[in-house]
Design a protein around this ligand. Structure first.
Ligand SMILES: [Zn+2]
Length: 249
């Protein structure tokens, strides 16, 4: 089992730690990214995730308590998620940076570089690089640990991004991509695919599928796959077209 601890920095109730106009608390961004990352990681084989902050945002869990939990659980990797600030008023500071305790920690530095480059690729924001930081969650955790600062709350353009659901998903996807690259995480086989192999068609269904395949309405594969509206419309349209052209009588 590959264990990943995740921490959304601070809490919703933490004073300061917000955009200069107070429209977003840093934790709201951090928490959304943790949530999306956890949902993504649930699709991977043999991965366990532990969330270290308070998911309700009420309690700013002390850093010592967070690092103690990650250590006691035996996490293989820790990722701390933040949004940056330069002072407390609007200004031009911008971009994304990733911290490691020491660049000489090879695994952490390598993971940080992969996550950082994926973040820059996915967002197109300024690359502030991988930096060393004497930060509690990097220093006091026993496993490979990185801390990402995913844009500045004090920059008006970046604050807009940090507030958007789309940007939060993009950030989670980029962190995931870095993890997958570094550790070769494997995606679970999709449920619908495993279901299909076990589904037994009866004779009537088999004859129906055979006929529909001949008419070009289906390829007859994956009988249990869930379809969307567009697919349904295509099938209906195929039938109408077949009748119009005299192929279906
Ligand atoms: Zn922070």
């Amino acid at each position: 089992m590959f264990k990943i601890s995740l921490s959304a920095g601070h809490a919703k109730t933490t004073p300061g730690k917000q955009t200069p106009d107070g429209s977003m608390k840093e934790w709201e961004f951090n928490s959304a990214v943790v949530k999306y990352l956890m949902a993504e990681l649930a699709n991977y084989e043999d991965v366990a995730v532990l969330r270290l902050d308070d998911p309700t945002g009420q309690r700013d869990i002390p850093l010592q308590e967070r690092s103690d939990r990650a250590n006691a659980w035996g996490a293989n990797v820790h990722i701390d998620i933040h949004a940056n600030a330069y002072g407390s008023t609007w200004n031009d500071a911008c971009g994304i940076e990733t911290f490691v305790y020491k660049k000489s920690l090879k695994e952490a530095y390598s993971l940080a570089q992969k996550v950082q480059s994926n973040l820059i690729k996915a967002t197109g924001l300024k690359d502030r690089g991988v930096k060393e930081g004497d930060l509690h969650m990097l220093r006091e955790t026993k496993m490979t640990a990185i801390l990402v600062e995913c844009g500045f709350m004090t920059n008006q353009e970046e604050a807009k991004l940090l507030k958007s659901d789309n940007y939060r998903r993009i950030v989670a996807g980029a962190i995931l991509a870095g993890l997958v690259e570094q550790y070769g995480l494997k995606k679970k086989a999709k449920q619908e695919e495993t279901k299909v192999t076990s589904y037994q068609l009866n004779d009537q269904e088999k004859r129906m599928i055979e006929e529909l395949t001949k008419l070009g309405i289906t390829d007859g594969k994956n009988p249990e796959r869930t379809v969307n509206q567009l697919y349904l419309w295509k099938v209906v349209y195929g039938v109408i077209k077949g009748i119009r052209e005299g192929k279906i009588k």
